[in-house]
Structures are given as C-alpha cells and as structure tokens.
Design a protein around this ligand. Structure first.
Ligand SMILES: *[C@@H]1O[C@H](CO)[C@@H](O)[C@H](O)[C@H]1NC(C)=O
Ligand SMILES: *[C@@H]1O[C@H](CO)[C@@H](O)[C@H](O)[C@H]1NC(C)=O
Ligand SMILES: *[C@@H]1O[C@H](CO)[C@@H](O)[C@H](O)[C@H]1NC(C)=O
Ligand SMILES: *[C@@H]1O[C@H](CO)[C@@H](O)[C@H](O)[C@H]1NC(C)=O
Length: 297
C-alpha cells in the first residue's frame, strides 16, 4: 500500500516536473567579466527555421537567424549599446553567447524558433568580490583583557554577498545586508594565545574571497617590547617636564627673594643719617616712610 502511494506520488511529481520544466524560466549565473552561453538545446537547425533572441521587458530583438536566407544578424546597438561587440551566435545550434558581461546584461532573454520552440532564460550577473580586510579594533594594548578585538569588513555595492568568520572550517558568525553602497563589518574576539586558524570569507552564490587572520601581526600584548619603549619615553618626558617646572619655580622664588632682600637693603641704606650726608636727594622723609610701610606689610 505504502509502495503504491509512493509510486503514485513520484509519478505525479514527475508529471508536475515535466510541466514545470516546460514553463520554467531557466536561471543562469555568471561572474561579471566572464562569458555566458544561453543554450538553445537544439542539435541542429531545420531548413526553414527562423530564430529570434529577445532581451528585456521590451522584448527587443538582439539577434536573429534566417536559415533559408542563410542570414545571421546581430543587433548589438539595441536597446542602448550595452551588447556592442559582445554577442556571438552559434551557427549550428543557434545558442547565444554574451562575452565580457556586466551587471547591465542581467535580465530575461527569450529564444523563439518560429512555430517550434520557445524558451526563457533569467541571467544573473554577480559582481567580482573584493578581498575582505581584517583590522584590530583594540584601540591600544590591553593588559586587563586576554582577548584581542578584531573587525573584518568589506565595501561593496551589490546584494547577494555574505561576510563570515570561520574557525577552521566552521562558521562562527555571518552578516548579509542588501543596500546600495554598503559596508559590511563583522567583529570577532580571540584570545591572544589562540592557536586556531581563523579566516574571514566574503562570498556570493558563485564565488568567494578569503582573508586569513594572523593573530601575531594584528594582536599585541602590553608585555611585548614594542610597548615597553613608548612607556619609557612617557616616563622620561614626564620627568623632564617636572624638572623644568621645578627649576622655573626655584628661579622665580629666588628672584622674588632677591628683590625683597634688595628692598630690605635699600631700607638699610635709606636711614636718615645716610641721606643727610647726600644733599642732592630731596623728599628724604617721604621715601623713607614708604619703604618702611612696604616692609612691614
Ligand atoms: C570588458 O568591458 C569593460 C567595460 O564594460 C571594458 O573596459 C573592457 O575593456 C572589456 N574587456 C574586454 C576583454 O573586452
Ligand atoms: C570597535 O569597538 C568599539 C568598542 O570597543 C565599538 O563601539 C565599535 O563599533 C567597534 N568597531 C567596529 C567597526 O565594530
Ligand atoms: C574572550 O574571548 C572568548 C572567545 O574567544 C570569549 O568566550 C570570552 O567571553 C571573551 N572574554 C572577554 C572578557 O571578552
Ligand atoms: C571558496 O571558493 C573555493 C573555490 O573557488 C572553494 O573551494 C571554497 O570551498 C570556497 N570557500 C568557502 C568558504 O565557501
């Protein structure tokens, strides 16, 4: 009984499959810059065949073959010149090849062999992926944490791309955003002593770009000799600054003291008997009093 049901189901599935196949739009993918062939699946053309290749929503004819007239024509300046020098037709099968593809060539293509065959192709052109970049996101060496903080990032202007961190061959984390001119970035924390192999992979359905993580290059610990030297400089500079400030203070204090001493000395000299012995000086009394007042303060 079970067998019969399974048999029936698989038979039904095949029938549905056949119908689906007839109507289905065949999906074809290509990497930007590569060539792609839309296969007519014809082994050979018949004597009276008229074959048309059409592109896009407008169903613009971009190529045609008239077997009877023995004529092959490529209209590569329609709709807007995007196919110029890029179309090739196979004389035997009528298959269409687009060379040096760009994302402008993505879209629906239709093959019509008059009164015989009709086929649709949906072409997806994937952009070439840039190599992802790994940088350390630890602002400085950290003695408090045993972890190194990393970020893998990539800038691209297409959808269908995923950025992932791999530990060995297993995925640790992934990010995938579809936007215009996007920057994908994905963080990772590893321990400084970690001996596993990590890699950051950018992939789309038909290709990938991989960057391997070199922990020794990107992650530094404070104990390393590289960090010791700047620290020494900081100490030296601080000490130097302290010395200069101290010297300046001492000089300032010394000058002030000397001034006070001088004033005090002037006071000594400015005793009335001294001025009396110098007749040129006038206002002796007043100056005398001013200086004394100053010192008392
Ligand atoms: C491919 O196309 C690009 C522009 O779309 C052009 O710059 C380049 O020269 C072409 N390469 C070949 C081999 O035709
Ligand atoms: C780097 O780390 C800081 C916090 O330490 C975080 O705010 C920032 O988003 C990180 N940068 C990236 C690109 O992940
Ligand atoms: C350090 O990284 C490990 C994974 O490598 C993580 O489990 C742990 O929580 C991290 N520790 C800190 C303090 O971030
Ligand atoms: C990347 O692509 C290569 C083939 O180009 C494949 O061997 C490899 O498994 C891919 N790696 C990932 C992580 O998808």
């Amino acid at each position: 009984m079970v067998h019969v049901v399974v048999l029936f189901l698989s038979c039904l599935w095949q029938v549905v499959g056949v119908f689906a196949d007839t109507d289905a739009v065949k999906s074809v993918s290509v990497m930007e810059g590569d060539s792609v062939t839309l296969n007519s699946d014809l082994t050979e053309m018949m004597d009276e065949d008229l074959i048309y290749w059409r592109f896009g929503n407008e169903n613009t004819v971009i190529a045609e073959i008239d077997v009877l007239a023995d004529r092959i024509t490529v209209y590569d300046d329609v709709p807007d010149g995007r196919f110029r020098d890029r179309l090739k037709l196979d004389h035997q099968t009528g298959s269409l090849t687009i060379t040096n593809t760009t994302t402008e060539h993505a879209g629906v293509y239709q093959l019509e062999v008059k009164d015989r065959v009709s086929k649709s192709f949906s072409l997806t052109v994937y952009a070439r992926l840039p190599v992802p970049v790994i940088i350390s996101n630890s602002s400085q060496c950290s003695s408090s944490s045993s972890n190194c903080s990393l970020v893998c990032s990539s800038v691209l202007n297409v959808c269908d791309a995923t950025l992932s961190w791999y530990k060995g061959i297993s995925v640790l984390s992934s990010i995938s955003v579809c936007d215009l001119s996007i920057s994908l970035s994905l963080p990772l924390e590893v321990e400084y002593q970690d001996k596993n192999t990590y890699s950051c992979v950018l992939n789309n359905p038909i290709s990938n770009q991989t960057t391997h993580l070199d922990i020794n290059t990107l992650c530094h610990t404070c104990a390393g000799p590289d960090q010791g030297l700047p620290l020494l400089y900081i100490v030296l500079i601080s000490a130097g600054t302290l010395v200069i400030v101290a010297v300046a203070a001492v000089v300032g204090i010394y000058k002030k003291c000397r001034k006070t001493v001088q004033e005090a000395q002037e006071v000594t000299y400015a005793d009335p008997t001294f001025y009396k012995r110098n007749p040129q000086k006038s206002d002796v009394k007043e100056e005398d009093e001013v200086v004394y007042a100053d010192v008392r303060r």
